[in-house]
Design a protein around this ligand. Structure first.
Ligand SMILES: [Zn+2]
Length: 242
């Protein structure tokens, strides 16, 4: 797939330059990330969406096209005001939410899913209980944005408020949103939110017992270590962490 894309682009566009290749590469990563959300069970069908920023262009998954059918020629791009600048397929209906996040945070990638455990948690609480210190890698306790109809400016506003000082949030009765400096980072944050949601639901489902939770202080301390302050330690991915 990737080879076909590169060959096609290079042959067809010749010296169009680095930006064209950058867009083509970013589109390839976007499609791979969108497919990963389905393969990993974070999304069913076409119900999530993914975007990535290249310069002043935001590449975004189109509405209603299964991710396994997206080709290198299906690139969809808009400017930060939502005017379509690349492609002919219609951008996701949840574009206003993506653009609001780019305008407000300066981030480079956004992943939105309807992950089951996170969505379940979004119906129960206004903030994901502090079940695990990895919340520190997301800036603190993960908030739940109040419900609003998908695709509306109101939902975008609710999401921005929930994202204050955070890189991920839940959307009530809807799903998740995470952003980051790359698609991989936004994806990993999404997976962390879903995993923590699952852990909390599992621990909460034992009759007669309720899970121990971390204090804000404990979370802040873990968050500092995760961000690499103090002594050299485990990465934000916690790969070698305790
Ligand atoms: Zn959605």
């Amino acid at each position: 797939m990737a080879e076909r894309r590169r060959d096609g682009r290079d042959a067809g566009e010749g010296a169009r330059g680095a930006r064209t290749r950058e867009v083509a590469d970013a589109w390839g990563e976007l499609v791979a990330t969108a497919r990963r959300t389905v393969a990993d069970g974070l999304v069913v069908g076409t119900s999530g969406n993914v975007s990535v920023r290249v310069g002043d262009t935001v590449l975004v998954t189109p509405t209603g096209v299964p991710y396994d059918r997206l080709t290198p020629d299906d690139v969809v791009g808009v400017d930060l005001d939502g005017r379509q600048t690349l492609g002919s397929l219609r951008p996701t209906s949840e574009l206003p939410m993506h653009l609001a996040v780019y305008r407000a945070t300066g981030t480079l990638a956004v992943v939105h899913t309807h992950a089951a455990h996170a969505t379940a948690v979004s119906t129960l609480v206004t903030e994901l209980p502090l079940i695990h210190y990895m919340a520190g890698a997301l800036g603190g306790p993960v908030r739940v944005a109040p419900y609003a109809t998908y695709g509306t400016p109101e939902l975008a506003e609710n999401v921005l408020r929930a994202l204050t000082d955070r890189t991920a949030c839940l959307l009530r009765n809807h799903g998740t949103l995470a952003h980051g400096g790359s698609l991989d980072q936004a994806y990993d944050r999404t997976a962390q939110v879903e995993w923590m949601s699952r852990v909390w639901l599992l621990a909460s489902s034992v009759p007669g017992l309720s899970p121990a939770l971390l204090s804000r202080e404990q979370l802040a301390e873990a968050g500092q270590r995760l961000r690499g302050y103090g002594q050299p330690g485990p990465d934000a991915d916690g790969g070698s962490g305790p």
